[in-house]
Design a protein around this ligand. Structure first.
Ligand code: HEC
Length: 176
């Protein structure tokens, strides 16, 4: 009994400490996060990596909203609602902040398999699935917005409208 309580207390401390750590580390001025320019409704960092843009009244850019929907259609069964992670797969809200964008894209396109003595977990390859590939930047953008703390859990209430160029690209990608 005493032992269980001690363990619980230790893990509670560990969680609190990692929470503090994350809050300290993520700044909206981080070059991997700060939006430097916008093109047809999508925002990019200085390095041309997709990122989010949240207005002061909480209005989210269209890709962040689209990514929220696509994430919950394709990824949340394994990675948990709101990218919070599950016992089976890692918390993607963290991955979107810590993983390099190109590594993120690579894992989703080609999949990944970790086989160990205690676990056997598989990230499927989505490279031929248009419902994922046509929205991959949206999903990444949404997860980065949530993982950096710019938006809370749940469906964003206010969003920018979808730009015409965005709608055209989407139709071309989905082949409709
Ligand atoms: C069938 C379950 C499943 C689905 C569906 C799934 N994943 Fe995964 N994913 C996993 C598992 C398991 C891992 C961990 C693989 C490993 O240990 O290497 C993983 C790992 C990842 C990683 C690497 C995370 C890191 O921090 O290294 C990314 C990125 C990722 N998934 C993105 C996605 C996205 C985006 C979607 C939706 C389009 C998705 N996954 C859907 C099971 C899934």
């Amino acid at each position: 009994m005493t032992r269980t309580l001690t363990l619980l207390a230790v893990s509670a401390l560990a969680i609190a400490a990692s929470g503090l750590h994350a809050a300290e580390e993520i700044s909206m001025d981080d070059p991997n996060i700060a939006a430097a320019y916008e093109e047809d409704g999508r925002y990019f960092t200085d390095d041309g990596v997709p990122t989010f843009n949240i207005a002061e009244d909480g209005t989210v850019d269209w890709p962040t909203f689209s990514g929220f929907r696509r994430y919950h259609a394709e990824c949340h069964v394994c990675h948990g609602p709101d990218g919070e992670g599950s016992t089976y797969a890692p918390a993607l809200k963290k991955s979107a902040v810590t993983l390099d964008y190109y590594d993120f894209v690579d894992v989703v396109t080609n999949g990944r398999k970790k086989v160990g003595a205690a676990e056997n977990s598989v990230m499927p390859a989505f490279g031929t699935n248009p419902n994922v590939m046509c929205y991959l930047d949206d999903i990444y953008t949404y997860l980065k917005a949530h993982g950096s703390g710019a938006i809370d859990r749940g469906r964003p209430a206010k969003k920018e409208r979808k730009s015409d160029v965005f709608a055209e690209n989407e139709n071309a990608c989905m082949g409709s």
